[in-house]
Design a protein around this ligand. Structure first.
Ligand code: SF4
Length: 145
């Protein structure tokens, strides 16, 4: 059976969500430290972030929703296309990532996605204008993350 691809910028409440990494603040902005293991999202894990919404401090992966997602068009994740085309690389090696074999962005865009992935934030309230444009939110209201 064909394995579903994974979205590396998912919401924690999505079915079969797992933790992709911990969002830290680097000198150039948000920087993801990858959790190189399968860590499923559980109620306890979500409660562990306390008053801070989980998407502020963690990034999640979950099965790609394909046509149910606003970013999916012409058989591709257009967010991954915009990230690979529009962001500068943040790293020059493939990060130690637990989902690479099934990652929609990697399957589609290859290493170019991985070199840019650590700077991507799912929560967009504090994103800079360039990141909002990449997310397709430049001309819309910002969405809760
Ligand atoms: S783009 Fe690369 S680094 Fe990011 S989640 Fe996918 S496989 Fe991992």
């Amino acid at each position: 059976m064909k394995r579903p691809l994974s979205c590396p910028s998912a919401q924690p409440e999505m079915p079969d969500a797992q933790v992709l990494g911990v969002v830290e603040r680097g000198p150039e902005g948000p920087e993801l430290t990858y959790v190189n293991a399968h860590v499923p999202v559980t109620p306890d894990l979500l409660e562990a972030t306390g008053a801070v919404p989980p998407t502020h401090v963690l990034r999640f992966a979950a099965p790609c929703a394909e046509s149910k997602c606003t970013h999916f068009e012409a058989g591709k994740c257009q967010l991954a296309v915009r990230i690979a085309d529009g962001l500068s690389p943040r790293v020059d090696k493939l990060p130690p990532c637990a989902i690479r074999r099934t990652c929609r962005w990697y399957v589609q865009e290859g290493a170019a996605a991985c070199h840019r992935c650590p700077q991507v934030v799912t929560r967009m309230q504090e994103a800079d204008p360039r990141m909002l444009e990449i997310a397709g939110l430049a001309h819309r209201d910002r969405v809760p993350g």
